[in-house]
Design a binder for this molecule. Structure first.
Ligand SMILES: [Zn+2]
Length: 91
């Protein structure tokens, strides 16, 4: 614990890590600190250009891979697929 892992410049999904932006202390476990990273939802990686603040542990675990637009895109795709199926069933 306590060793800083530098993620600057690394890519996680659509996110490109820009810089370290402070520390986050969990209200549930105050002794465990995490690093907050400012990330760009990089258009070169398929992102939307938004800036997002993400915890290092979430980045490394692959839990966060975009500013949120990735999930929105997936929901839209799923809704589209469902709609197409319904249209087929009613025909
Ligand atoms: Zn995005």
């Amino acid at each position: 614990m306590g060793k800083l892992i530098d993620l600057t410049g690394k890519a996680f999904g659509r996110l490109r890590v820009l810089e370290r932006d402070g520390q986050y202390r969990s209200p549930n476990s105050p002794e465990s600190m995490d690093t907050v990273w400012r990330c760009l939802c990089d258009p070169e990686l398929g992102g939307c250009g938004n800036t997002s603040w993400v915890l290092g542990s979430n980045l490394r675990a692959g839990k966060v891979r975009s500013c949120g637009c990735l999930r929105a895109d997936m929901m839209r795709e799923r809704a589209k697929a469902r709609k197409t199926r319904q249209e087929h069933e009613t025909v």
